[in-house]
Design a binder for this molecule. Structure first.
Ligand code: TNX
Length: 511
């Protein structure tokens, strides 16, 4: 090589490095299979071509029931518009003719001419659009090229949820909506709202106004608390439904009830109102289980809550009732079971409820006791897995986390991801695992910023556990996809925890 060609070689190399670095920022992968999708799709294959998506792309729907999902997509991808004519860049349709997709799965085909998403139900099309949104580079004000290929995708579990405790610290409607948006992006379909606890009653019950007037007036630390009017709750329910997310409301009984006991004297066995509580202890309060006034109260609450909850479930808590005698507890749960059924809903409860007689339809949420879950499984109940050691997002990541607890475990991002629901309980058959829920308890969580810090980046991992087949999950591969989501978190203003187990600097696409 002479000097001149050495120079031009070096210049060429420098230019191509520059180009490569630049292209990392602006171009999606050239092979669809090199995507950074979370959750990972069941089947994905590149076909080697390119599709150019213009900034003024048009969307077409085959069926008016898809209007809502198309509108939602247009809202989050400004610049797109509905196609009036025959030809569209993105075509959404029902009638995928693939039973295995169920209600929630979808097929996507990105060809050189167009993108099609088809499904059996609008919910599946919605999921396809969530996938597409992750494939489109951020803030794409120029036309973008997408790799061509096909995706066939459907969830592992029917119930994919997160729980938000709005009792220990109250979070307003806008915060809850932001949380719902987080869930929708990652294809969750349930938000479990922990609406009542010792420190606060957060849902208006019109026939029991003191519950919110007194019981809603404070929170952990003595702040002013708050509550949702029924109209606000219904607004949350609708916002969630627009994103195919079902709200599961929880009224925690018979323990975790100090806010109610402070509001209505007759709920106490001695007939005297309890004191409001703003500390963080658990297990000290109980409704009076042998008084009929208690069951009239529960009936009134469940009746109003059922009337404003379109989803099938009412969660009645049932955890940590250490102040209730075991036989009283068992009697109480069976009475509450009847009340929930009478109002047309299916009961859910924390794993302790399995100690008594519960109906087969009841869903048991395992957080602590594998023994309770096994008993429920013997009875044929469906189980939701929320093992505290693995899924409690209020647990610290490591000893340096500035908020959170550590009583169950320190849960680093890899530990949160690296487990198989099928091996949690030797005695629970896989077919009874209804799904996964990652709870966020808020004793130490005071603001949206605190929520974001504990939830991100663990939440996308729980999404993948509940969606993707175990056989395609692998931490080392997942963590580079997770790193590639950092710019997305940033563009949403999400203050996430930059876990040292993820190589945030090494992003191989703009995702
Ligand atoms: C246990 S989990 C609780 C909650 C606390 C949480 C704190 C469960 C069913 N009960 O009341 O907020 O621990 O980590």
């Amino acid at each position: 090589m002479n000097l001149e060609s050495k120079y031009s070689y070096a210049l060429g190399l420098a230019l191509s490095i520059l180009f490569l670095v630049g292209s990392c920022e602006t171009k999606p992968p050239t092979d669809l299979a090199d995507h950074n999708l979370i959750p990972h799709p069941v089947e994905i294959a590149g076909t080697g071509g390119r599709f150019q998506l213009s900034t003024e792309a048009t969307i077409q729907i085959s069926d008016s029931t898809l209007q809502g999902v198309a509108d939602y997509f247009i809202e989050v991808q400004p610049g797109m518009k509905m196609a009036m004519g025959q030809k569209a860049d993105i075509a959404l349709s029902l009638g995928a003719n693939d039973q295995q997709l169920g209600q929630e799965g979808y097929l996507m085909n990105i060809s050189e001419n167009s993108i099609t998403i088809s499904a059996n139900h609008a919910h599946g099309v919605f999921h396809g659009l969530q996938t597409l949104q992750q494939l489109i580079p951020l803030s794409s004000d120029k036309p973008v090229e997408l790799a061509t290929g096909t995706i066939r995708d459907y969830p592992r579990y029917e119930h994919r949820g997160s729980m938000l405790d709005v009792s220990r610290h109250f979070f307003g409607v806008e915060d809850v909506k932001r949380y719902i948006d987080f869930l929708a992006t990652y294809k969750f379909n349930v938000l479990h709202l922990h609406l009542t606890d010792d420190q606060g009653w957060r849902i208006e019950i019109k026939s029991k106004p003191e519950l919110t007037a007194i019981g809603g007036s404070t929170e952990v630390g003595g702040g002013e608390g708050g509550f949702y009017t029924q109209e606000q709750y219904q607004d949350i329910v609708q916002y969630a439904a627009d994103r195919f997310i079902t709200i599961v409301p929880e009224i925690d009984l018979p323990g975790h009830t100090q806010a109610a006991l402070a509001s209505y004297p007759k709920l106490n066995c001695d007939g005297k109102a309890g004191e409001l509580y703003t500390g963080t202890k658990v297990g000290f309060s109980t409704l009076c289980t042998d008084s009929e006034a208690t069951y009239e109260f529960v009936d009134a609450v469940v009746e109003e809550l059922a009337a404003i909850t379109p989803g099938p479930f009412i969660h009645i808590g049932g955890d940590e009732s250490h102040a209730t005698e075991k036989e009283d507890y068992i009697y109480f749960i069976s009475r509450v079971q009847q009340i929930v059924s009478k109002h047309g809903k299916t009961m859910m409860g924390w794993d302790e409820i399995a100690q008594g007689e519960i109906e087969k339809e009841t869903v048991v949420q395992q957080w602590n006791s594998a023994g309770n879950a096994s008993k429920a499984a013997e009875n044929g109940n469906r189980i939701i897995l929320s093992p505290a050691k693995l899924t409690y997002m209020d647990m610290k990541y490591d000893s340096t986390s500035h908020i959170g607890y550590d009583w169950a475990a320190l849960i680093e991002v890899d530990q949160a991801y690296n487990w198989d629901p099928d091996t949690i309980n030797a005695t629970v058959p896989a077919k009874l695992i209804y799904g996964i829920e990652a709870p966020l308890w808020t004793e130490t969580v005071e603001s949206m910023k605190d929520i974001e810090y504990l939830v991100f980046p663990r939440l996308p991992g729980y999404a993948e556990i509940s969606w993707a087949p175990q056989s395609i999950r692998n931490w080392d591969e997942y963590r580079s996809r997770l790193a590639a989501h950092a710019p997305r978190f940033e563009s949403e203003g999400i203050g996430f925890y930059r876990s040292p187990v993820v190589n945030w600097g090494k992003q191989d696409s703009i995702n």
